[in-house]
Design a protein around this ligand. Structure first.
Ligand SMILES: [Zn+2]
Length: 484
């Protein structure tokens, strides 16, 4: 028997259920149609759009309309794997009552979730406070369960890709732009955990005699191997910012090749003891040696036959700068880009400053964007395809998409705070289950949270947006969610 199920297009719970039905309903017995944009009268004159949004409606072959729990049963009875469960509810009154109650709670709760996630559809609903066992978290958890197999699958795929990229670039030097740009992949035993778990490889870029971000102290052996085969002479060593994987070899490299070290004054200040580097970062990536000889960056750095503009780029951290060759259109972005949907920032990240930086970067004519962690974004035909390194996308469009994503996050955070949500709840609204970028990275992001004791996490993204005057940030719910 065929059945038509009418679902709310704007509800993530509905979307997740529909994806599962489409996967499991091998005989195509269930037709899922969105309430929005479907001529309901053609299906059954008894259907009312408002009622359909309020609870699930299913129409069978004979035109009989089922609602709520009955509709759930009708729809899932068409799916063979669900039948044993349904049979249980037919035999046992208790199981039937439980199913009915669960369906009621979920079908009722999903509206709460839709309202919170941007308030798109049901503005006639009164906002209700979000409590730990309230509809919002019930619904969020239900979606988590529904998405979990997909998340696990996406996470294992990410790990496989990260391992492949790491293995294919390990110790490699990628020569681009006729050898004017060389990207040296750096590593050392414990540092490999980072690319394998988080997907961030370590690199030094050498561009027309200027070495950018020469790696951490644990990467010296691999750095020395690159120096022996480099196609250019390094005369200047620079750093984009003071994080340990970028600045561990400034003096070391300069001494070795007879180059000058130039860093921004703020970066230089951070490279004087005492350092505030967590022990686990020092253990895995390497300690920060004291910077001895350096001169300030100024606003440009001379290269062989040209110059790099030095542009302030706070956001990822306050002292961040980027280097830009306006003639060639090459931008050394350091960590000021970090992927379009980067969700696990450092503790020193500032979301508002990051937006302002990306707005400035978007105005540059960038044709090659070189990230510090192993990716080059370009559409230029003179740059060959290098699997795992060169990403064929327009750098300016990529910056634009990142900017759009950060602005959206900023607005979500602002709305959430206005509604008085805890930052855990705001985080849930910032990373909804619907978009692929969100659930696909959930596993890797949660592992980052786990391994760093919560320091690199999606919650950090929420907290990176400053509170605006007049915004009230409730501590009450936060206390309940975060065990001391
Ligand atoms: Zn960094």
């Amino acid at each position: 028997m065929a059945i038509v199920a009418l679902y709310d297009e704007q509800c993530e719970l509905c979307q997740a259920s529909v994806s599962w039905i489409r996967v499991l309903d091998r005989r195509r017995r269930v037709t899922c149609l969105p309430v929005q944009g479907t001529d309901l009268a053609l299906i059954s004159p008894a259907l009312d759009a408002e009622a359909c949004l309020r609870t699930l409606h299913a129409v069978d072959d004979d035109g009989v309309v089922h609602t709520g729990w009955e509709a759930v049963r009708r729809v899932w009875s068409a799916v063979p794997v669900a039948r044993p469960l349904l049979a249980l509810t037919e035999r046992h009154r208790g199981a039937d009552r439980l199913g009915r109650r669960l369906a009621e709670v979920l079908l009722d709760s999903r509206w709460e979730l839709v309202r919170v996630r941007g308030g798109r559809a049901h503005d006639h609903l009164e906002p209700r406070p979000i409590t730990p066992l309230g509809p919002f978290w019930v619904c969020y958890s239900a979606e988590l369960l529904l998405r979990l197999p997909l998340v696990a699958w996406a996470t294992s795929r990410s790990f496989a890709r990260q391992a492949r990229d790491w293995a294919s670039t390990r110790g490699r030097r990628v020569r681009l732009l006729d050898g004017r740009l060389e990207i040296c992949f750096l590593g050392g035993p414990p540092t490999a955990a980072v690319p394998l778990v988080f997907g961030e490889r370590f690199t030094m870029a050498v561009y027309r005699g200027v070495a950018v971000d020469p790696g951490s102290s644990r990467m010296r052996r691999s750095l020395a191997q690159h120096l022996a085969h480099l196609g250019q002479t390094i005369h200047t060593v620079v750093a984009t910012h003071a994080h340990e994987e970028h600045v561990g070899n400034l003096d070391w490299l300069a001494d070795r090749v007879g180059a000058a070290v130039r860093v921004g004054p703020e970066t230089a200040r951070l490279l004087q003891p005492p350092y505030r580097l967590p022990w686990w970062r020092a253990a895995v990536i390497g300690t920060i040696p004291e910077l001895r000889r350096w001169s300030p960056l100024g606003d440009r750095v001379a290269t062989d036959g040209g110059e790099l503009l030095v542009l302030p780029a706070p956001g990822h951290c306050d002292d961040h700068v980027v280097f830009f060759d306006p003639v060639e259109g090459v931008l050394f972005a350091g960590d000021s880009f970090m992927g379009e949907h980067f969700a696990t920032p450092n503790e020193d990240v500032d979301g508002d400053a990051w937006i302002a930086t990306l707005e400035r970067l978007q105005e540059l004519e960038v044709s090659v964007l070189v990230e510090a962690h192993g990716h080059v974004h370009t559409l230029r035909p003179d740059i060959p395809d290098v699997p795992g390194v060169v990403l064929r996308r327009d750098p300016q469009a990529a910056i634009g998409r990142k900017l759009q994503n950060l602005r959206w996050l900023r607005d979500q955070v602002a709305v959430g705070r206005r509604e008085g949500l805890s930052d855990r709840a705001v985080e849930a609204t910032c990373y909804p289950w619907g978009p692929q970028w969100s659930w696909e990275h959930k596993g890797v992001d949660e592992l980052a949270r786990l391994f760093t004791g919560g320091r690199f996490s999606r919650t950090r993204v929420v907290r990176s947006f400053r509170e605006r005057p007049g915004e009230v940030f409730p501590e009450r719910l936060e206390v309940r969610f975060t065990p001391a």
